[in-house]
Design a protein around this ligand. Sequence first.
Ligand SMILES: Cc1ncc(COP(=O)(O)O)c(C=O)c1O
Length: 384
Amino acid sequence: MGSKQDTGFATRAIHAGQDADPTTGATIVPIYATSTYTQAAPGQHKGYEYSRSGNPTRTALETCLAALEGGQQGLAVAGGIAATTAVLSSLRPGDEVVASADLYGGTFRLLERVFKPWGLTARYTEDPTPAGFAPLMSPQTKLVWIETPTNPLLQILDISAIAEMAHKHGAMLAVDNTFASPYLQQPLGLGADIVVHSTTKYLGGHSDVVGGAVIGSTKILEPIKFYQNAAGGVCGPFDAYLVLRGLKTLQVRMDKHCANARQISGWLAKHPAVDKVFYPGDPAHPGYAIAQKQMLDYGGMVSLRLKGGVPAAHAFMSKIRIFSLAESLGGVESLCCHPATMTHASIPVEVRTARGVDDGLIRLSVGIEDVADLRNDLDQALKA
Ligand SMILES: Cc1ncc(COP(=O)(O)O)c(C=O)c1O
């Protein structure tokens, strides 16, 4: 089964790109632990020459990811940040990128400290509506970069409206779909040109692999595919296997992540120690209507601030037992992240504080454990 769109999401996640192995009949795609492929005569091979250029386990993952996102092609690379690097490398010095200000700290660091010296200019809008992006667009703007929901403030951006704005200015739209996963949101179908994932998160789903992917049309991905082979930060076959294995349960895991996050966010919102909850499934969230329009559900991420400010946040983070105080998200186990010292530490303190990522902000990745246990854990930590 290739990347056909004529089957349901769960069927594609389990079968797309994963036909029985042609040589042995193995039902599960084998880990092709080989760097090279024997040729019958020079240039006579079976489609694979060298594993940086292509590996059957990676091909299976790339085909499956393309099928899930509704893209023609997928490219699996060494991490989410490697995927972002591959996309930005298809631009040229002198080009400009316009991004929403709330985004993963590593993406900001990449834009400012790797690609800025290389010749790329990035501008950031605090207002993530098309009206906020439009004044920053110039004839040199080749790419608009967004996340939605954003990391860590869980803002919701209108993908189709921003795609329209970008295209009007002759730029492409890239969406980092890591927080939503293709089960909840498919940006290509909403007009985006490129989708990027940290497969480390919901797609892998078990916090045991670091990987990334770029998905889009064959034409748009052409320079990115060239870069994948030329620069070499590919996804290895063992990692490709782990992400493929994770994808098979993506739908059931996401349903449970969403259900648990809905309950936890509602409960937190009523807790006397809690000052503010950020959760796009709350009808009072400013992005709720857009989320309803473009997402199947609201995801498993919840951010919060406590009434006691930074000291209360520190006490809370030292007391959690079932939630692990750790970077990352999207695994079956619940995680609690302190963006200021973890995922967003690479953003200068005055910049991140102005953007709302202050020292009191806490980000939860709600896992798929029993929700009563999660609630009890948060409650005992909040009492601290
Ligand atoms: C939204 C988002 N994009 C990209 C990345 C980078 O992915 P990776 O750590 O797999 O390189 C992260 C990592 O936290 C992320 O949260």
